[in-house]
Design a protein around this ligand. Structure first.
Ligand code: NAD
Length: 368
């Protein structure tokens, strides 16, 4: 078995604004090394469209094996219009799906937090979203995105049929539900599990397995079940009723995007994708902002690096056992926002506009 190097961080900046926001994370890693002697070792590689351009594949075997040996992967973003016509298996996004699947990163954690300084950036009324703090736990390696059979095939009468299969095993449901229950215990102790048990057998199994695990090991956690379509509605009607939302790959994709928009800007929200702990307590994990490569603003120096910086704070907390440092970094971000510094995407009247690198520098100055 491959031994994971705990302080080894693999940087995969990717495409578009990915390299710009990852640059700010690099500065912060260097700051922690220089000032706190944390001994982080970084390595940087191509992934996504830039890897396709150089090597004809969105991730080379060499980079994939480096990822296998790294306890922490910091990803920027991949993709863009340049690679839209590339064949399906070579698309930039295939690299991400491969990393998630092969590294068995089955639990995707996506917080949706509304910063008090930015309540006006949301399209919802301030009283609906101020103080919002939701954690969405999305299953990431199963369900309809990976189920077999899949494909497009010709059928009779010159028609074609597209097939994807939504499938879950009990073990896949239980391992991600455990992550949600454990997180809830450190928060407000409430899990709402979402599926479509009214129309899908896989949803019915999901509900039964989550309830059984709760009754066996997590009776102290407040569990309820909600149909995923109702959850989509409740997220805009009364989002503060949620603490931890547990859901599958497909519904989680949509619900987490919806939840992120409650908070106003894609540029603020981090995510973590966690694997299982091995017998030595080691775990693989990949951290990335939830936004994409934002081709419309790439190269302009205006991307918001906060989502990437907060993704590194999640890495400090979940992979590196550095809770204090995570808190210090999160507080530095809050302090910068309190000072009225804003990148263009979150700019409002009376605030000072800063570039990507100025935002990174300001965060570092608050760490001092
Ligand atoms: P996107 O998240 O890249 O951009 C959506 C909008 O939000 C754009 O207007 C963009 O300018 C803005 N935005 C996003 N991040 C920002 C930031 N940090 N600061 C300021 N503004 C920001 O989504 P999209 O436009 O749908 O996708 C663009 C490309 O990214 C596509 O090729 C898509 O496949 C890819 N993508 C990649 C990932 C990933 O790598 N994990 C995720 C989503 C989309």
């Amino acid at each position: 078995m491959i031994k994971l190097e705990k302080r080894k961080i693999l940087l995969l900046p990717g495409d578009g604004i990915g390299p710009e926001v990852t640059e700010e994370v690099k500065k912060i890693i260097n700051w922690f090394n220089d000032n706190k002697s944390l001994g982080f070792e970084t390595d940087e590689e191509l992934v996504g469209g830039c890897s396709y351009d150089k090597h004809g594949t969105p991730i080379t075997d060499e980079v994939f094996y480096k990822a296998l040996e790294s306890a922490v992967i910091m990803l920027g973003a991949v993709g863009g219009p340049k690679w839209e016509s590339v064949e399906f298996d070579k698309k930039p996004e295939r690299a991400l799906l491969k990393l998630r699947k092969e590294l068995k990163l089955f639990a995707n954690l996506r917080p949706a937090i509304c910063f008090k300084q930015l309540v006006d950036a949301s399209t919802l009324k301030p009283e609906i979203i101020s103080g919002l703090d939701i954690m969405i736990v999305r299953e990431l390696t199963g369900g309809v995105y990976f189920g077999e059979p899949r494909g497009i095939k010709p059928i009779e009468n010159g028609e074609r049929k597209g097939v994807n299969t939504h499938t879950y095993k009990s073990s896949e449901i239980i391992r991600v539900a455990k992550v949600a229950f454990d997180l809830a215990r450190k928060r407000s102790n409430k899990v709402i599990s979402c599926e479509k048990s009214n129309v899908m057998e896989a949803g019915q199994l999901w509900k039964e397995e989550v309830q059984a695990l709760h009754d066996k090991d997590y009776k102290d956690v407040n569990l309820s079940h909600m149909l995923a379509d109702n959850c989509a509605m409740q997220l805009v009607r009364n989002p503060k009723q949620f603490d931890v939302i547990l859901t599958d790959n497909l519904f989680g994709d949509m619900l987490s995007d919806e939840a992120s928009m409650l908070t106003g800007s894609l540029g603020l929200l981090p995510s973590a994708s966690l694997g299982a702990k091995n017998k030595d307590g080691e775990m693989r994990a990949m951290y990335e902002p939830i936004h994409g490569s934002a081709p419309d603003i790439a190269g302009k120096g205006i991307a918001n690096p906060i989502a990437s910086v907060l993704s590194f704070a999640m890495a400090l907390r979940y992979s590196l056992d550095l809770d204090n440092e995570a808190e210090v970094l999160e507080k530095a971000v809050q302090d910068v926002l309190n000072d009225g510094l804003r990148t263009k995407d979150i700019l409002s009247e009376g605030m000072k506009e800063v570039s990507t690198s100025e935002m990174g520098d300001a965060i570092i100055s608050k760490l001092q």
